[in-house]
Design a protein around this ligand. Structure first.
Ligand code: RNT
Ligand code: ZN
Length: 421
């Protein structure tokens, strides 16, 4: 896009928003303070680097598609992430899973991992001014094959995963300490049953006990924030997931933990946007796993749909941006993976920008006076306002391609790098 055209469109957009009492420059400033945590696992379909050719296995999550060019080494993954970062405006973080360490070609089992295996990532992040978040990996492992990890009745297996997760928290705290920005450590486990269990309570008691053990060691909040993530069901855990929303919400409230809201993990008619104002009354902070659920899949590339829009609006309306950690969680191997990141991250940023451009005090005033018709009319009007022009301008002032200009950049990368792998 031409610079002069972007500026012209931004000026006109600015005038339109100003008429409604909105300052576009201020909205962009606020947008700039919302870091988005890129999930590393879209680069390689959740394979990890524990052994060559590692693939996502078990745990009720699946990646489908075989678009060429998936990252097969840490170097390739970093190269891809650098490309992604070069196409995105705004502050970014990186969320790593425990299977992405530098294990030097040796098999280091999950109950043996240490910060040294992630020092390369910490240095990488430091050079780029990017914060790191972390996740224990309680799937794709022989000890996850029976379908239970932290909630396993097999004490040997349970202990193994407790040890793994404890180590992951330590690694995350070290990341936070070295980088000067707290690392969010997220626990998600696949534990559940395909068919009707008769002793749900037994598994939930075990999970509670495991979490209590895992959280025994305390780390300063300026280094580590602990979050726990629920799920409604997974492939192979249709009848019961041990770590349900009720389970983790209760645990988080009682134990002062963050709750992870993955919007692919609820019934399709439930709205995560609606949950935010409830959850934030009882927990200090939340972690978002932004994604797009499609039928039974919870991990399609994020797009600007009503669900995402409501999430962003509710956060801004609740004045809760400083209590929300924005993370992404989708993986699709059927399209260019760099493209998937750029589309998804931009959708998240555009959703927040649009929310920041809402004349919320006017809307609240209508609501307080019971003027539902006017409120609806304004809400509908806002959907037609030129927030795209404001986002293009944001890309431009950050030296990033505006509009569709990133497509060519990605096609060049596809031809010169991805197709040669
Ligand atoms: C799985 C959870 C979890 C994973 C990642 C890879 O259903 O959403 O967050 O997607 O940890
Ligand atoms: Zn998730």
């Amino acid at each position: 896009m031409k610079k002069t055209e972007i500026e012209k469109a931004y000026r006109i957009a600015g005038e339109q928003y100003a008429e409604l009492g909105i300052d576009t420059a201020k909205a962009l400033e606020q947008l700039n303070n919302i870091p988005v945590s890129l999930h590393c696992w879209q680069t390689d379909d959740v394979g990890g680097f524990e052994k060559p050719g590692a693939e996502l296995g078990g745990g009720g999550i699946q990646v489908t598609g075989n678009f060429p060019g998936k990252a097969r080494t840490i170097e390739q993954m970093r190269q891809d992430l650098d490309k992604v970062i070069s196409l995105l405006p705004g502050k970014l973080r990186l969320s790593l899973h425990a299977i992405y360490g530098e294990f030097g070609g040796k098999l280091v089992d999950r109950d043996k991992i240490e910060t040294k295996h992630f020092q390369g990532w910490i240095d990488w992040a430091k050079e780029r001014g990017v914060g790191l978040d972390f996740n224990c990996t309680c799937f794709s492992h022989p000890y996850a094959d029976e379908g239970f990890t932290l909630a396993s009745k097999n004490e040997k297996i349970r202990r193994f995963w407790v040890e793994h997760t404890k180590r992951c928290r330590k690694i995350a705290a070290d990341m936070g300490k070295q980088l000067g920005t707290p690392s969010v450590h997220n626990i998600w486990i696949p534990d559940g049953s395909k068919d009707t269990p008769v002793d749900r309570m037994a598994h939930r008691k075990i999970l509670k006990k495991s979490l209590d053990e895992i959280f025994e060691v305390e780390y300063p909040k300026k280094y580590l924030k602990d979050s726990i993530e629920s799920k409604l069901f997974g492939i192979g855990s249709e009848s019961m997931v041990v770590g349900s929303h009720d389970f983790y919400l209760g645990y988080a409230v009682k134990n002062n933990k963050l709750i992870t809201l993955d919007n692919g993990h609820f019934h399709p008619t439930e709205q995560v946007g609606d949950k935010i104002s409830s959850v934030l009354l009882y927990v200090d902070e939340i972690l978002l796993h932004l994604t797009r659920g499609v039928r039974w899949d919870s991990d399609h590339v994020l797009t600007l749909n009503d669900e995402l829009s409501l999430i962003a609006h509710e956060i801004v309306r609740a004045n809760a941006l400083n209590r929300v950690n924005v993370g992404l969680d989708f993986f699709d191997a059927s399209l260019n993976r760099i493209g998937a990141y750029v589309i998804g991250t931009r959708s998240a940023q555009i959703a927040f920008l649009n929310a920041l451009l809402e004349p919320v005090s006017v809307l609240r005033d209508f609501e307080n006076r019971g003027r539902i018709f006017e409120r609806l009319a304004w809400l509908e009007l806002m959907k037609t306002k030129p927030f795209g022009a404001v986002y293009d301008y944001y890309c431009m002032i950050n030296g990033r391609p505006a509009g569709l200009d990133y497509i060519n950049e990605i096609l060049k990368y596809e031809k010169n790098v991805l197709m040669k792998r």
